[in-house]
Design a binder for this molecule. Structure first.
Ligand code: PLP
Length: 371
């Protein structure tokens, strides 16, 4: 039996290669999900559910679309509710990326982007982030875009998984203009935007309403298991994506949309609490790195990822090094190489873990950095 040929380049997520087979007692600093409780307003909305549990329109629950629109400064018609932001990305790629075309993706970048390109029959083309702090480098992205005339879509992710690097308004504006001039779909994945340290990263919507922003309740609102996300942008880009998403899953679970609505209605408090939880964890990580390794680190622009430089000896085979950490030190980290060649010298450490786990994790890792 052979799966469909268009899947021939699709490989299982390299993150799973590390996290599957995690030994008992290992400290999980690999996966990127909040470890704090679902905010009370979301939990109550789930418990309150009574009466029928109907399908909702393919574009999503109207009240939720309105709330998402208000959050992003968009009209109801510019909002499509999806099954996580991953559902939005999938639907947009299927709707707009032709087989044989190319999709520009950040390197290092979220592992799903190249996979989504392959599933659409397209080829992912990496563009590097800035050498310093892994932020959006507009010159580099535009250079790659100009060298790649077959580009159908460009993906941005500010702040970035796995690096936590953001980008400035001018860089965003220049990239948006370059994409608009070529009629290329620009997708700005902003799932981590509200988990910022200091200044919040700019949104694509600050510079144009012609691209598409994707986001979800999974990170800032602390509810990845609800599987509620959205795409916000020009209704012309959203219309075929809505058809794809409708045929793929009909719609995201109705009670999950009720809970997401409650979370969105309390965004100010929910997001402030999430930032406080992330700040607390960052401080635990930063002080453990200082005490155990003498490292003085600065927080990322946003996210709950620390992109940690690997010891030089690990650069040749970062996967083997990560497996050794997993099996010997019993700490799970993701080698940066899993996110692209640009991540080879680093590992992603998720500080969404508890402060105790972070302190103990760094204590266990320290001998491998000192060796
Ligand atoms: C950069 C980025 N985009 C999108 C997603 C998908 O998240 P969700 O489908 O839960 O919104 C993730 C999940 O880790 C992510 O890191």
């Amino acid at each position: 039996m052979n799966p469909a040929s268009r899947l021939s380049l699709l490989k299982p997520s390299p993150i799973r290669a590390i996290t599957d087979g995690t030994p008992p007692g290992a400290i999980p600093l690999g996966l990127g999900e909040p470890t704090w409780d679902l905010p009370e307003v979301g939990r109550k909305a789930l418990l309150r559910a009574s009466g029928p549990c109907p399908y909702v329109p393919h574009a999503g629950l109207t009240e939720l679309r309105r709330a998402v629109g208000a959050f992003h400064g968009a009209h109801l018609d510019e909002v499509l509710i999806t099954t996580g932001s991953q559902g939005a990305l999938f639907a947009l790629f299927q709707a707009w990326v032709n087989p044989g075309t190319k999709v520009l993706v950040p390197d290092p970048g979220f592992v799903a982007y190249p996979a989504l390109a392959f599933m659409a029959g397209a080829e992912p083309v990496p563009y590097r982030l800035s050498a310093e702090r892994f932020r959006l480098d507009a010159d580099e992205l535009i250079r790659v875009l100009e060298a790649t005339p077959e580009t159908s879509a460009v993906v941005l992710n500010l702040p970035s998984n796995p690096t936590g690097g953001g980008g400035d308004l001018d860089a965003l504006r220049r990239v948006a203009e370059a994409c608009t001039a070529r009629g290329v779909l620009l997708i700005s994945d902003e799932v981590y935007r509200d988990l910022h340290f200091g200044v919040r990263a700019p949104s694509l919507r600050d510079v144009t309403d012609r691209g598409v922003v994707t986001s979800s309740v999974s990170k800032g609102w602390g509810a990845p298991g609800l599987r509620v996300g959205w795409a916000v942008g020009d209704p012309a880009w959203l219309a075929p994506a809505r058809v794809v998403h409708g045929y793929a899953v009909t719609g995201t679970a109705t009670p999950a949309q009720w809970a997401a609505l409650a979370l969105l209605e309390h965004s100010d408090a929910v997001l402030a609490e999430a930032r406080a939880a992330v700040q607390l964890r960052w401080e635990a990580l930063a002080s453990a790195l200082r005490e155990e390794l003498g490292q003085v680190v600065t927080p990322p622009d946003g996210t709950f990822y620390h992109f940690m430089a690997l010891p030089p000896a690990a650069h040749a085979d970062p996967l083997a090094f990560a497996l050794k950490l997993r099996d010997e030190a019993k700490v799970v980290l993701i080698p940066g190489l899993a996110f692209g060649e640009g991540g080879r010298g680093h590992a992603r450490l998720s500080f969404a873990a508890t402060p105790e786990q972070l302190r103990e994790g760094v204590r266990r890792l320290a001998p491998y950095w000192k060796a």
